[in-house]
Design a protein around this ligand. Structure first.
Ligand code: SF4
Ligand code: SF4
Length: 376
């Protein structure tokens, strides 16, 4: 399959590229697979057509945006990958699991294809109002936090914290649909636009002035790509850190643990939220926070973004998450804290596979907050 590259090259302003290689030099996936974003841009610049049929590694990109962060010429290399994936989606040349994720989202409103009527099952007795009744804060739960049993502790802990802080919040229950962040990055621009339209209409109908998300992925797209004028969009770490600082949420129980924190790409690199997660951890009595060498902008991707939760990629042997949990264990931390459902799942799995379960445990920051809030 040959793609006409001229229009794409102009549209993405690839002519600004000086081939310095900082993008590929910083790409975590390039060290593990044949993905080479610098040479892909080179090919786009010198060849009238690009043959991508053999480029299976296009699906290796996690959309971590390290390349975008590092490019000195403001080229956005990752956008090229998303664009090329879009061409592959249009021609139907996509991995089966990506196709299933897109179909699941189209039919049931979530990439795992779980039944829409089960979307609110996580509530399970937790105090949550229907946002449709009207509320000040709309809690956008997101697909993985709504359906994945492991992540339910995080979702419930958030609802509990909002209640404890006296917030007037609600959720959209079974009417909520996928935010589309991963859908866009898998290359399905049409489905993404449809989700934005449907979700935006629903969000506005509630009349909330603020919207908070569990996942940095939902936060990223709703904040930067929806254009929701008049609604402030927050990741939970921003809201919870403010609640603690303003004295609306009191963390009283000690958690006597050494903890290190993993910055998720969509919260850190892409939205520069670095301080709030650390402020929450440090507000928990008894905690000692230690940093990994690669932290903040230099944090290593867990390999869960850009549709990779639904696509294995070409390197099954050496996951980035394997490397990351060793980096965390080397700090001597007993807990590796995360603030993203994908990081929670990929890193927890890596701890088990690497046999580090005796040494270190992966927990979401909200699970730590829940411990510190004490018994319900
Ligand atoms: S970092 Fe930017 S300028 Fe350098 S090779 Fe990559 S895209 Fe080109
Ligand atoms: S977004 Fe991340 S994984 Fe994808 S090419 Fe850029 S640096 Fe590599």
């Amino acid at each position: 399959m040959a793609l006409k590259t001229k229009a794409m090259t102009e549209q993405l302003e690839l002519f600004g590229c000086i081939q310095c290689g900082k993008c590929t030099g910083g790409c975590p996936v390039a060290r593990k697979t044949v993905l080479n974003i610098r040479s892909m841009i080179y090919n786009m610049l010198v060849e009238p057509e690009l043959d991508v049929k053999a480029h299976e590694e296009l699906w290796d990109c996690t959309c971590c945006f390290t390349c975008v962060e590092r490019c000195p010429k403001d080229v956005r290399p990752a956008d090229l990958i998303i664009e090329l994936r879009g061409q592959l989606v249009e021609s139907g040349r996509i991995p089966e699991t990506i196709g299933a994720a897109l179909m699941g989202t189209f039919r049931q409103g979530n990439p795992s294809g779980m039944a829409r009527e089960d979307r609110a099952a996580w509530v399970n007795g937790t105090e949550v109002k229907a946002a449709q009744e009207g509320c000040e804060l709309l809690y956008y739960v997101g697909c993985t936090p709504a359906y994945d049993l492991r992540v339910h502790t995080v979702t419930r802990a958030l609802a509990r914290a909002f209640t404890a802080a006296g917030l007037d919040f609600g959720t959209l229950g079974t009417e909520e649909s996928c935010c589309g962040n991963e859908i866009k990055r898998m290359g399905e621009a049409g489905l993404f636009e449809m989700l934005v339209e449907e979700n935006s209409e629903l969000f506005r109908s509630v009349g909330a002035s603020r919207l908070v998300t569990t996942s940095p992925h939902c936060f990223n797209t709703i904040k930067n790509e929806y254009g929701l004028d008049g609604i402030e969009v927050l990741h939970y770490t921003q809201l919870v850190a403010a609640l603690i600082e303003q004295g609306q949420l009191e963390l009283s129980n000690e958690v006597n643990k050494k903890i290190t924190y993993h910055d998720p790409c969509f919260l850190g690199k892409q939205n520069h939220v670095f301080d709030e997660p650390r402020a929450i951890i440090q507000a928990i009595p008894g905690v000692e926070l230690v940093e990994m060498d690669r932290n903040r902008e230099r944090s290593l991707c867990c390999e869960g973004g850009g549709g990779r939760m639904w696509a294995e990629g070409t390197n099954l042997e050496e996951r980035l998450a394997f490397q990351r949990v060793h980096e965390a264990a080397e700090t001597g931390a007993e807990i590796l804290a995360v603030a993203c459902p994908f990081c929670l799942l990929t890193l927890e799995d890596a701890v088990k596979v690497q046999g580090l379960d005796e040494q270190i445990q992966v927990m979401d920051i909200m699970e730590l907050v829940n411990l510190s809030l004490g018994e319900e």
